[in-house]
Design a protein around this ligand. Sequence first.
Ligand code: AHR
Length: 323
Amino acid sequence: MTIHRRTVLAAAALAAFAALGASPSAFAAKPLVIGFSQVGAESEWRTANTVSIKDAAKQAGVTLKFADAQQKQENQVKAIRSFIAQKVDVIAFSPVVESGWDTVLREAKAAKIPVVLTDRAVNVSDTSLYVTFIGSDFVEEGRRAGKWLLERAAKTPDANLNIVELQGTVGSAPAIDRKKGFEEVIAANPRLKVIRSQTGDFTRAKGKEVMEAFLKAEGKKINVLYAHNDDMAIGAIQAIEEAGLKPGTDIVVISIDGVKGAFEAMIAGKLNVTVECSPLLGPQLMQIARDVVAGKPVPKRITTVEGVFPAEVAAKEFPNRKY
Ligand code: AHR
């Protein structure tokens, strides 16, 4: 191509941009569009997770189409179908429950839209229906809660400990896995017995209500509460106090997440330990979505690194907490 011809073509392109009222740089990179279906707003953890995703999208210049499923799987299925119809670049979601996703994920695959799971896993026969899963190891979280209790129980070798368990949303990955990990570990000590176990749906209100029922049925027989998240533990703490007992002393309280509310409860002596589960998944999601669209290989599983915070370290750690 001659220099004259290239100059003419460049001038023609500039004229075309000008006619559209845009600068050439506006056409350089089309913003990435992610459709994200969130579980709901059931807990302090979830709120922090939503903030993390929205903030990270803004910072990365990603167009985020956000849908709140209000804890209903059918709403998530609808949202995913709408993202497919809108031809987003990537679909990401945190599934309310583990099963029942095959059909809609096959539809996404047929439309050639990559799916990224965040926070919670799905149970599908074909794992090629999603590209990657970013989030915590919930079984390990349950094990960590169990290990903390085993160590505590070792200090009172003659006592039998009756445990009540507040489970998360029925059928959700964290409820299934946290139960499993905890049971696996406490099985090592026959003096530890789960005497009641029921769902509190990951909310404070339900956690309180179910704990009230546990207290009515078992009263002072309860030695330990294991709650699958901090919000349910905080609700239950209220129920314990209203029953005239001291949470953290009369009943040992163990929970999962590590939200600020849990640290406040630990500082007040009402919660004994929280196992960390980080909701700050936004930046990782944006990076992975970019990599996937660029055709870069991504790991099938990206596990969040987390710790355990007993009440003894709560005051010192509190200023470092980001959620
Ligand atoms: O999936 C993560 C869990 O869901 C968090 O532990 C809980 O607080 C949330 O609602």
